[in-house]
Every structure is written in C-alpha cells, then in structure tokens.
Write a protein that binds this ligand. Structure first.
Ligand code: FE2
Length: 376
C-alpha cells in the first residue's frame, strides 16, 4: 500500500519559515463577473461583500467579492478587449488565477519564497485607504496560477483598498459552507514531483499523503496525486498528474480544456453536509452520481456512522473512513462550459484523509461524464 497519512508531528517538523494563517481569498478570472457573482450568491449561498470597477475608478476590469464564513471569492472580468484578464479567459475559460494566502508579513513571505527559487509575480506593494494599509506580494505557481501573500494586520476595511462595500438587497441565505478544506492542482505528465518539490522547498510544505496509479485507477484511466500541507495544516494542496491508462484520464481532459495546468477543484467544508447538499440541489447545482449499489455495502466498508443511510443515498453523498474517523463528500459537475473546475463539498468527522475509498466509484462516475462529452 503506497498510501501514507502523516502523524501530527510531521506538521511540527515542517520548516515554517513562511507561516500562513489561512487562505485569504481565491480570485477567478471569468468572462462575466456580474453573472458569476449572481451564480455564487444564488446557487452556492455566498454573501455579497465588496466591489471594484467603473464606480470605483477602474476602467479595464471589475471585481465582485462574495463571502461565506471564511471563504472569500473574487470574481474578476475585463471591461474591454486586449487585457491580460481577457487573454487569460480566452485561453483557459473561467478559472482560478489567484490563490491568496493570509500572512503576518507579506514582505518576509515574498523574500523567503523568492530566495528559495520562486518566480516573482508581484513585488511587495503597500495599498492604502481610509481603513488602513494592506501589503501584498506574489509568486507564480503551476501554469498561470499565482499565490498572492496578503498582510492585513493594519487594515479594518471590508476587503482590500480599492474596493467598496457591495450591499445589494438581493441576499439568498448561506448554505453552510465554512472554509476551504483543500485546493487541488492538476499538472502535466511527469510534473507532479516538480510541484511537490516547489511547495516543499519554496514554501516549506510537507507531503502528507501520496496516491499512485494503483490507488487511483479504473479499468480505463489513472492518475497520481501527492498532498502537500503547510506547517499548521490549514493549507492543503493536493497535486495531481495523469498516469498511463487505456483511455484519456480526467486530468488529461482538464489539461486539454484548460490549456495547461491549473486549479481542478476547491473542496469546501460544511458541518451538515446533508442540509448543504439538499440546498445546493434545490438551487440547481448538479453533482456526480455513483450507482445505487455503492450504498448497498457502504456500512460494511465504513462501519457505523451517525447519519441515516437514506438521505446519503438520496443525495449521492459518499463516505470514507480512515484511522482517525470518517468523512462525507460529494463532487459537483464542472461549473463552467469547459470540463475544468468543480467543487467538492466535504464534512469531516475525525478523518483527515481525502476519500481514497471513494476514488474508484467516483472516477467511474467521471468517466461516464467524459463518455457523454466524447472525451474519454
Ligand atoms: Fe478533494
């Protein structure tokens, strides 16, 4: 068995020259920020937070910021042709551009990363308004994705300088999403270890789990994955690469349609997955479905769980157990025209793993979708 789960002490052993307090925000470049914000409000329960655009003096782009508990999404679109954002959307479709990390000291984080080999995206910049001061800096990671370090200890504003509060009357209720549990990157064939080493060497992350193609393969397709975690375990980045299979894997399909490496899924946590998923479905979110037979032997595989089986079966929620407890999870279908990014909804009940026991059923479900798209 190639799977290893790290004990607590490995977190402490990680060289924490770059203390990260958490995910600050995730910025998506999209073709229509206004409609994307409406989607995240209406379908996924995010609350309106901040806006920047024509009304704040920008002429080339606009951004809507939405928030649900600790999760902040920035949806940015161009307002004219010939912009970098427009080029990004043209090449990749809607997708994650920035995974922003909350730090105590954005200058130090930047210097430590660049000293260790990171490619600079943005030198430290001080941004200021009447609510105080924010320092941001940034480095490149896989594909065209970047990390921006955000130091906001001297800031009391709504989001960032340059944004104003966004207070529409339209406010559908939250659906109980709490924080980003992990964010997965897809990289090219043979590149997984390059990016695993990047997170280890440049950012002081530790590898906590590894899956090879024996763990993650079906009759047709396979992939390999390693999970990198920062020192305090708040940031977890699994990195996937395709593995040799009879047909085109979901990772290759992603790389083809995204035209390069990028963020594959955001796993967002809830403490009541049945209520959350029921609400998401009612609001039109579509999920991958495993066959009903998955549930016939579920309790034999995972042992006793607190939830009733009926709603799990009805909603298609998956369950897996590790040494420390169990977890419940479900995956949406891609949320934009290209079969690229999707969401995972996850509820942890002790388990710190990633649902390995569900991989086969899940990947077969993805392959059924690929077959419908003609991309398997
Ligand atoms: Fe995941």
């Amino acid at each position: 068995m190639s799977t290893t789960t790290a004990p607590e002490k490995i977190y402490a052993e990680a060289a924490d020259f770059m203390p990260l307090l958490g995910t600050d925000y995730v910025e998506l470049y999209v073709s229509n920020a206004k409609q994307a914000a409406h989607f995240y409000q209406t379908a996924m329960g995010f609350q309106p937070l901040a806006y920047a655009g024509l009304e704040t003096g920008l002429s080339d782009r606009e951004s809507y910021v939405v928030q649900q508990d600790k999760i902040r999404l920035v949806l940015t679109a161009p307002l004219k042709s010939g912009t970098e954002i427009g080029r990004h959307v043209d090449q990749h479709g809607d997708g994650v551009k920035v995974v922003a990390l909350w730090v105590e000291d954005a200058r130090s984080a930047y210097n430590e990363a660049v000293k260790r080999g990171a490619k600079s995206f943005m030198e430290p910049v001080v941004e200021e308004d009447g609510d105080g001061q924010v320092v941001r800096s940034g480095i490149h990671t896989y594909g065209e994705t970047v990390h921006i370090f955000v130091e906001r200890k001297n800031y009391n504003g709504t989001f960032l300088p340059g944004f104003r509060p966004w207070n529409p009357t339209y406010r559908p209720a939250s659906i109980g999403l709490q924080y980003i549990d992990h964010m997965v990157g897809n990289v090219g064939l043979g590149e997984m270890n390059t990016w695993v080493n990047f997170y280890a060497d440049v950012m002081g992350f530790t590898q906590i789990v590894s899956f090879d193609d024996k763990d993650i393969s079906t009759e047709y397709t396979a992939l390999m994955s390693k999970v990198m975690s920062n020192g305090n375990g708040r940031i977890k980045f699994p990195i996937n690469e395709p593995a040799e299979g009879l047909r085109k894997s979901q990772i290759e399909e992603y790389l083809d349609f995204y035209e390069g490496p990028g963020v594959q899924h955001l796993a967002v946590a809830t403490d009541d997955i049945i209520t959350t998923v029921r609400e998401l479905r009612a609001r039109g979110i579509e999920f991958l479905q495993v066959p009903g037979t998955y549930y016939d032997t579920l309790l034999e595989r995972v042992g006793e769980i607190e939830e009733d089986l009926a709603p799990l079966r009805e909603l298609g929620i998956l369950v897996d157990r590790d040494d420390e407890g169990y977890l419940l999870q479900i995956f949406t279908k891609p949320i934009q025209p290209r079969p690229t990014m999707f969401f995972e909804i996850i509820q942890r009940k002790g388990a710190r793993s990633f649902g390995k026991g569900n991989f086969k059923a899940l990947f077969e479900a993805i392959e059924r979708e690929q077959a419908l798209r003609g991309t398997l």
